[in-house]
Design a protein around this ligand. Structure first.
Ligand SMILES: [Zn+2]
Length: 260
């Protein structure tokens, strides 16, 4: 079982084995639910679907926080025709990067449903964004850090942060962007502005934290960005896995090479 844990009355979170990925489920009064970033391996997606069914929850909509392959997966067990929303920029990036993303998914999550992969519907752009579903209001906070069209969601006092605010990963920049550091600082400012209204934070990879923990992570992420800008950052306590250290070195090299 996916092991959904209630974080608030309307928000459940599952934590998967693959890269400590999380799925957030927002529930509505009529037994409908919104599934945000549904997990990675086919077994994780099917476990989630089984647990939702056991709880008599019906998947009314999905949401992908950003276009990376491990956030745009889906399974027939969750409902092949369910609308899966994302920002317009996320949909454009996921569509453009579909072949590459599907190849990565095939390597790391064999058995991925290729037909349903990255089949996303853009939410209306401009103005304050909300997920267009019938359940409780879910705010969309779009920014450009980590990936094009990244969105954090705010539901029932919970900040669903996507691939930001992790206790396990340093900030991972979009090195294809014109100003990866500036984009990231801007996103952290946006999330900080929400912190007074938020009781819990759910990172895309890592552990759920309270408001104090959100502030601690924002501060740790700012410190990392400042260190990276100065050509350092190797001492961040989150740099404990080989792939993350490799990504950190790539970021340091890219930032050092960027014109000032
Ligand atoms: Zn990502």
């Amino acid at each position: 079982m996916a092991g959904l844990v209630a974080v608030t009355r309307n928000v459940l979170v599952a934590t998967h084995d693959f890269c400590t990925s999380t799925t957030t489920v927002v529930t509505g009064a009529d037994g409908s639910c919104l599934v945000v970033d549904p997990g990675v391996t086919p077994a994780e997606l099917d476990d989630l679907a089984a647990e939702l069914a056991a709880r008599r929850l019906h998947v009314a909509a999905g949401f992908a926080t950003h276009p990376h392959w491990d956030h745009v997966l889906w399974s027939r067990s969750l409902g092949a025709g369910v609308p899966r929303f994302a920002t317009a920029a996320c949909v454009a990036a996921a569509t453009a990067g579909r072949d590459r993303g599907l190849a990565e998914a095939g390597a790391d999550a064999p058995g991925t449903d290729g037909e349903l992969f990255a089949q996303l519907t853009p939410i209306p752009s401009g103005g304050p964004g909300f997920v267009p579903w019938q359940g409780p209001r879910v705010g969309v906070v779009a920014h450009r850090a980590h990936a094009p069209g990244h969105a954090a969601l705010v539901a029932d006092g919970v900040l669903v942060a996507g691939d930001l605010c992790s206790d396990l990963e340093v900030p991972l920049l979009d090195l294809d962007a014109a100003d990866p550091l500036g984009d990231y600082h801007h996103a952290l400012d946006l999330l900080e502005s929400l912190a007074t209204d938020v009781r819990q934070v759910v990172p895309g990879h890592g552990h759920v934290g309270d408001r104090g923990e959100l502030r601690r992570r924002l501060s740790a992420d700012r410190r990392y960005l400042d260190e990276l800008a100065a050509g350092r950052g190797d001492d961040d306590p989150r740099l404990t896995t080989d792939w993350l250290v490799r990504d950190h070195h790539a970021q340091r090299a890219r930032i050092a090479a960027a014109p000032r």
